[in-house]
Design a protein around this ligand. Structure first.
Ligand code: NIG
Ligand code: FE
Length: 402
């Protein structure tokens, strides 16, 4: 079945061949078998037509950093922070990631599946057509595998594409607090082989941060994962410069994420190594902090920048990529076109999918948003609103009106 989008007021997309965002008026987009077949004027008739009503059309968003497999809300921590506590203080007294580990353990699989499914439907409603999703609230072989297996069941039931990441190295379970080395052994010798055997994760990630996994443990875990054929990403320098971004460059991981406290030296290491910087301004905002990641320094150094939500119950209850674009413009000094290409093409690149995702060009996957606004500038302008009218996934209308 072929589908044609007509009456487009503004088609905006990053064009990788030209290295810039392009806008065109009056063009049509035709899709067949899940792919974009042509973009141009007066295209041949299709089986079905979708009228953009003179409004904006863009690629679907790619959210390349989320933690959506959790059970309970952590609104209590939001209120503790509002009363003056920090994220680290809350984590040190049994809250934080460990509180999500406890609530996940208590939730049965069917209930978890329903919760994750609803979250994925919400992503689509906000215009996100691909989601990278991490485990990491299990922290035992059984519970990590449960999270990843729930995720693969959800992936079969929802329209949004899910790219799974194993994050067993998110925190240390209580029983290992006096013997952290033993938990790292467990990750390397039992969890990674089991995750690879069941083929339930494409990437392996580590929370490399002072107080969590240090650089040498992170190196060990990522090296083991690479031996098992997994691709790599890294939570790096979120609260402090701990040398994590340089490790990301040393291992040439696909993406180093957060990076609020990255050093100048590590930025140039990342540029040299071709590591994508995934910046998560929603986390800085949600934690009430002011040190946003230095987007301009990354751009100046020639590092590819992606932006993502970091959606998770503790540090970013945010699923909206348009809102992340607003924050990128307001607090990281990015232009609207930079924020837009980082939320689409840059994010696809951080996942190694830029050949098929993140732009509207012939041959790419037909993941497209029809908006009820008229220009790119209006996406970050309508803060805390949802101006997505319809979403097309793999050439099929999956959300919104005809
Ligand atoms: O990306 N930094 C580590 N992981 C998450 C927080 C997870 C949590 O607090 O539950 C993050 O911010
Ligand atoms: Fe994260």
């Amino acid at each position: 079945m072929s589908l044609k989008i007509i009456n487009i007021g503004q088609l905006a997309t990053f064009n990788p061949e030209k290295g810039k965002v392009e806008r065109s008026a009056g063009v049509e987009v035709e899709c067949e078998n899940g792919l974009i077949t042509s973009v141009g004027l007066d295209l041949t008739p299709a089986d079905k037509e979708l009228d953009a009503e003179g409004a904006l059309v863009t690629p679907g968003f790619v959210d390349c950093h989320t933690h959506p497999i959790f059970a309970a809300s952590r609104a209590d921590e939001f209120s503790q922070r509002a009363a003056g506590k920090t994220y680290q203080e809350i984590a040190a007294t049994g809250g934080g990631i460990m509180s999500s580990v406890r609530s996940l353990m208590e939730m049965d699989e069917a209930e978890l599946l329903e919760a994750v499914k609803r979250r994925m439907e919400k992503f689509l409603f906000l215009g996100t057509t691909t989601v990278e999703a991490k485990s990491g609230y299990g922290l035992s072989t059984e519970s990590e595998l449960k999270s990843l297996s729930v995720l693969s069941s959800v992936a079969e039931e929802v329209e949004v594409d899910i790219i799974p990441t194993f994050l067993g190295a998110h925190d240390f379970p209580e029983e290992f607090s006096d013997n952290k080395e033993a938990y790292i052994d467990l990750i390397c010798q039992e969890m990674i082989p089991a995750v690879a055997e069941q083929a339930v994760a494409e990437f392996c990630d580590v929370f490399c941060e002072d107080g969590w996994f240090d650089v040498s443990s992170s190196r060990r875990i990522l090296t083991a994962a690479r031996e098992y054929g997994m691709k790599l990403r890294l939570h790096a320098d979120e609260f402090k410069d701990s040398g994590a971004a340089s490790l990301a460059a040393e291992l040439k991981v696909s993406s180093a994420d957060h990076l609020m406290h990255v050093s100048e030296e590590a930025i140039s290491d990342m540029a040299q190594a071709g590591v994508v910087a995934t910046l998560l301004p929603g986390t800085t905002f949600f934690l009430g902090k002011s040190a946003y990641a230095p987007a301009r320094r990354f751009i100046k150094a020639g590092v590819e920048v992606a932006v993502a939500t970091d959606y998770n119950p503790g540090s970013s209850m945010i699923q909206s990529m348009p809102f992340v674009m607003s924050l990128a413009c307001l607090y990281m000094g990015m232009t609207v076109t930079e924020a837009f290409s980082s939320a689409t093409y840059g994010a696809a690149k951080s996942l190694g999918r830029e050949d098929v995702l993140g732009s509207i060009l012939p041959g790419k996957q037909a993941d497209i948003i029809l908006w009820n606004i008229n220009s790119l500038e209006e996406i970050p302008y309508y803060i805390a609103d949802n101006r997505v009218r319809s979403v097309i996934k793999k050439g099929k209308l999956v959300h919104g009106s005809q």
